[in-house]
Design a protein around this ligand. Structure first.
Ligand SMILES: CC(C)(COP(=O)(O)OP(=O)(O)OC[C@H]1O[C@@H](n2cnc3c(N)ncnc32)[C@H](O)[C@@H]1OP(=O)(O)O)[C@@H](O)C(=O)NCCC(=O)NCCS
Length: 171
């Protein structure tokens, strides 16, 4: 069982017609997907096995008035059927390559300190700086809070996360 990892192009929404369980939180919404793919600052990498998306990693290129853009990786997930086969790492590496090609100075990602799989994944990606801890605060406007995919803890006012800068690119 192998999976090809690639960036989803602007006109490739059809790639997400078939998605395995455990990859996204909710069903794919055509309008949301079109908005995502139509925005040049958003990047989505998928792992595809026999026409089904079995993993994804997504990020957004953050611009700053005073420094080069950085890629914030905001979600990574692999279907249960395809975990521990290197798919997560290849997805992250695919995003990092895209970030480099866009001229980002670095990429970064946060995860809960007790998410063993995610911490192991990010540590395994060459170039990751040592993890640092920080506390997350959220403000809810619509729907649910950004409850961690992995642990689904009850929302608290602050959660302990770790984050890593992945591959601090030299420009
Ligand atoms: C985190 C996740 C994406 C990892 O995907 P994956 O495809 O199984 O990871 P990989 O096979 O690429 O593994 C990468 C490294 O992490 C290690 N790893 C993966 N899962 C692990 C686990 N549960 N425990 C310990 N190590 C683990 C692998 O052994 C590998 O390290 P190695 O090269 O030193 O052997 C997957 O577990 C997942 O979808 N979890 C639920 C969603 C989630 O928590 N996402 C992260 C949100 S920040």
């Amino acid at each position: 069982m192998t999976a090809d990892c690639r960036i989803v192009g602007r006109d490739e929404a059809g790639l997400l017609d078939r998605v395995a369980d455990d990859v996204f939180d909710d069903e794919i919404n055509a309008h949301s997907l079109a908005a995502f793919l139509g925005d040049p600052r958003h990047v989505l990498a998928v792992a595809v096995d026999e026409g089904t998306v079995v993993g994804m990693a997504m990020g957004v290129e953050c611009f700053h008035p005073d420094k080069a853009p950085q890629l914030f990786i905001n979600e990574v997930a692999v279907a249960l059927t395809h975990r521990r086969r290197g798919v997560g790492r290849r997805l992250v590496e695919t995003l990092l390559e895209a970030a480099k090609a866009r001229g980002c100075s670095c990429a970064w990602v946060g995860t809960e300190t007790d998410n063993a799989a995610a911490n192991a994944l990010y540590r395994s990606v060459p170039g990751a700086a040592p993890a640092q801890a920080f506390v997350l605060y959220e403000w809810k406007f619509l729907g649910r809070l950004r409850t961690p995919r992995s642990s689904r803890h009850d929302s608290e006012s602050g959660r302990s996360l770790s984050y890593l800068f992945l591959a601090a690119f030299t420009r």
